[in-house]
Design a protein around this ligand. Structure first.
Ligand SMILES: Nc1ncnc2c1ncn2[C@@H]1O[C@H](COP(=O)(O)OP(=O)(O)OP(=O)(O)O)[C@@H](O)[C@H]1O
Length: 264
């Protein structure tokens, strides 16, 4: 049997202050799948991304990879651009750090900028860009390394609804061309249902999966999908699971069992 692209086996994470961020979390993500994580604040969504990215130690459990030559890219809620550098220079940063030749980097940077629809803004500075454009630069910076796994932590959380919808469509277009495996964190149920093959609902204290909802709607997902009965039904289902997750009573914690070592 072939391994899923990413498999979390009974992952537990306890931070050094004793917070049990995740407890016995299982999750299998298939190659080229678009999976969203939703859940109340503090349920461990960002921690899941960090563990997948190898940032910080897992206390118990393991992560298995079905992708042999994995290339991960991370997109955060804050575009976190260098204010003194142009769009071009910001997008080039990961290649510079990796020591990619200047000539090849130039080609990759140009491609990435074009992909996110920012051609013509190569020499602009972040202060000259709107919030949505800054996020596009941040996405270009992630794409420039040609990732096959994209970890996105509330990338559109700070944007207005119209910009968010536009970026949702553009990310889906890019995903349909490149078929990355995407793990996407959001607080927005509508965004999660619109984008995803599957929506994972998590509960907090400790962080765990309480529902795994397949969104059985074909791609490409048009604007009609957003106003369809099916879309509304999925949104209602996710919303109900989320409400149940928020009211879920905390599990009985056994920190000593989970925390073989305590790390941050
Ligand atoms: N470095 C850290 N040290 C101590 N506790 C942490 C650390 N990072 C996260 N936590 C705690 O771990 C739990 C999970 O945090 P995490 O940021 O993963 O949740 P989240 O679901 O992404 O939250 P939000 O939706 O608010 O971004 C929270 O209780 C948080 O306070």
């Amino acid at each position: 049997m072939t391994l899923p692209a990413i498999r979390l086996n009974q992952i537990s994470k306890v931070y050094s202050n004793g917070t049990v961020a995740l407890q016995n979390m299982n999750l299998a993500i298939q190659d080229a799948e678009f999976v969203s994580l939703v859940g109340p604040s503090g349920c461990g969504k960002s921690t899941v991304l960090q563990m997948i990215a190898g940032l910080g130690q897992i206390n118990s459990g393991s992560i298995e990879w079905g992708i042999s030559d994995r290339q991960l890219a991370y997109v955060f809620q804050e575009a976190a651009l260098m204010p003194w550098a142009t769009v071009q220079e910001n997008v080039r940063l990961p290649l510079k750090l990796a020591g990619t030749s200047k000539k090849y980097a130039e080609v990759l940077v140009q491609q990435a900028i074009q992909r996110v629809g920012l051609s013509g803004f190569e020499r602009s500075y972040p202060r000259e860009l709107s919030g949505g454009m800054k996020m596009r630069v941040s996405i270009a910076r992630a794409l420039v390394t040609k990732p096959n796994v994209l970890l996105m932590d509330e990338p559109f959380g700070a944007l207005d609804e119209i910009t968010r919808s536009k970026l949702n469509r553009d990310v889906l277009d890019l995903w349909s061309q490149h078929r990355w495996t995407v793990v996407f964190v959001t607080h927005n149920i509508y965004e999660a249902v619109y984008l995803s093959n599957r929506v994972i609902v998590m509960a907090a204290h400790p962080g765990r999966v309480v529902a795994d909802i397949a969104i059985n709607a074909p791609y490409p997902r048009s604007e009609e999908f957003r106003t369809s009965l099916l879309y509304n039904e999925y949104c209602r289902e996710v919303s109900q699971c989320l409400e149940a997750a928020m009211n879920a009573s905390p599990l009985q914690l056994n920190r000593t069992a989970i925390a073989q070592t305590s790390t941050s």
